[in-house]
Design a protein around this ligand. Structure first.
Ligand SMILES: [Zn+2]
Length: 325
């Protein structure tokens, strides 16, 4: 498959799998003599072989690549970077917030582990929270070899003008997430901002100084920002290409309001902490997918707090949420 318009061509690299994400997608983008790879899949044979195959059937090769641009630092978007760059040294462009994460800087990761330990305690998560915080801390040592070796270039504001792409910061799903937008063609390379068949998670994360960000509020703002764009095609990190970007965003925004409304009714009916709300809404999924569930609940509580619908006070070290009149 290729998509061509006004002298620019996208060759999607789509690697299907059996997960709920359905596929891992990344994209070759060719304009004049330049060939950029937007995202770099998983570090596995399926992604590697599909990339090589996509290049080959389009009479291209790895050595034609000009550079790699990463929409965000998640493992299923950066996997092939080192394999490519070790064979064909090219710049790898990232958001500056991606650097400590991709390089797995120990000082940052320790700060991040402290952050989760404190957060889960304050959200009333008890043993489940302590277990997850231990897991995050142990992963620092366990995954230390996963640090990217390639040198990373934090992206400059308008560096992509030669490529007729502009960067739109879209934090929320990840603090470093950025979309690449081609105004002329109405093309948006969105990373995981929008996925056609599932709503993407606004994962709770600290910023590079260790402070908590309101990630769901960010995610909402990022989606709203894209509503102002003409979007003919959204090229997502997973699932099928999106031609109804605007209505999909409207749908995602209204689902956030609906879920937030549900949490308000829980608070009215006596659930006071984030963990209590999580258990009541998600039941056993609270234990099975703890960090995702807590991101959802904390995110929606932030959103409600931000709008003045709820307030929180700390009692014995745990945040208690109440309805604001
Ligand atoms: Zn992601």
């Amino acid at each position: 498959m290729k998509i061509e318009r006004d002298g620019q061509t996208v060759f999607p690299v789509i690697v299907s799998n059996s997960s709920s994400l359905k596929s891992v997608n990344f994209f070759l983008l060719k304009e004049r003599e330049m060939l950029y790879l937007i995202d770099a899949g998983m570090n596995d044979e399926a992604c590697w072989n599909t990339l090589l195959h996509t290049l080959e059937v389009n009479n291209l090769s790895l050595s034609d690549l000009t550079g790699i641009i990463l929409t965000h630092h998640h493992i299923d978007h950066v996997g092939l970077v080192d394999r490519i760059v070790s064979r064909h040294p090219i710049p790898v462009f990232v958001h500056k917030e991606a650097v400590p994460r991709l390089k797995r800087e120990p000082a940052f990761l320790e700060k991040r582990a402290d952050f989760f330990e404190k957060l889960y305690k304050e959200m009333g998560c008890g043993e489940a929270g302590e277990q997850q915080a231990r897991f995050v801390r142990e992963a620092i040592e366990k995954n230390k070899d996963n640090a990217l070796q390639a040198s990373l270039t934090p992206i400059e504001d308008d560096f992509l003008t030669s490529l007729s792409l502009r960067i739109i910061e879209t934090p929320g799903h990840a603090p470093d997430q950025m979309a690449l937008y081609d105004e002329k063609r109405g093309w948006l390379f969105g990373g995981d901002l929008l996925i056609s068949h599932i709503s993407s998670n606004a994962l709770v994360e600290p910023d590079s100084s260790g402070n908590r960000m309101m990630t769901l509020v960010q995610h909402r703002n990022s989606m709203k920002k894209c509503l102002d764009l003409k979007m003919n095609i959204v090229f997502p990190g997973h699932g099928t290409l999106i031609e109804n970007g605007e209505s999909l965003i409207q749908n995602r925004l209204s689902r956030i309001d609906k879920k937030a409304g549900k949490f308000v009714s829980f608070i009215e009916n006596g659930s006071a902490t984030a963990a209590e709300i999580a258990l009541r809404y998600y039941k056993n999924v609270y234990y099975d997918q703890f960090s995702l569930v807590m991101s959802e609940v904390i995110g929606h509580l932030d959103y409600l707090e931000n709008r003045g619908h709820v307030a929180k006070i700390k009692v014995d070290g745990v945040w208690q949420y109440t309805i604001q009149p």
